[in-house]
Write a protein that binds this ligand. Structure first.
Ligand SMILES: [Zn+2]
Length: 102
């Protein structure tokens, strides 16, 4: 964990910690209802409460951001007052549907 904090500071990125038992992939990021565990093969699911369709990974990422107290949307709304460009070798997780048209 110390290495992650060090690397985040080195590259001017934020570092936040959330609870290990946070059910990030079980909770609907749209309405907050806990929908229960799903097998890993389930990549997209529909919330039984609000009927939103959720990509497993993006939904979990939004829930992690919310748990860390960061105000974000699934399509990359700003987290900080000024955006920090990603480092060249840094992996991205943004889905194709969130990319701006060329
Ligand atoms: Zn929902």
């Amino acid at each position: 964990m110390a290495m992650l904090e060090y690397k985040a500071e080195l590259y001017g990125r934020g570092f936040h910690r959330i609870g290990r038992l946070e059910p990030s992939s079980q909770v609907c990021s749209a309405c907050g209802v806990k929908d229960g565990p799903k097998p890993l093969r389930v990549r997209v699911w529909q919330c039984q409460e609000c009927r939103a369709w959720l990509d497993r990974d993006i939904n979990a990422a939004v829930n992690v951001a919310n748990a860390a107290g960061l105000a974000v949307t699934a399509c990359g709304a700003q987290v900080r007052p000024e955006p920090v460009p990603a480092q060249r070798g840094e992996a991205g997780t943004r889905s194709k549907s969130c990319r701006k048209p060329a």
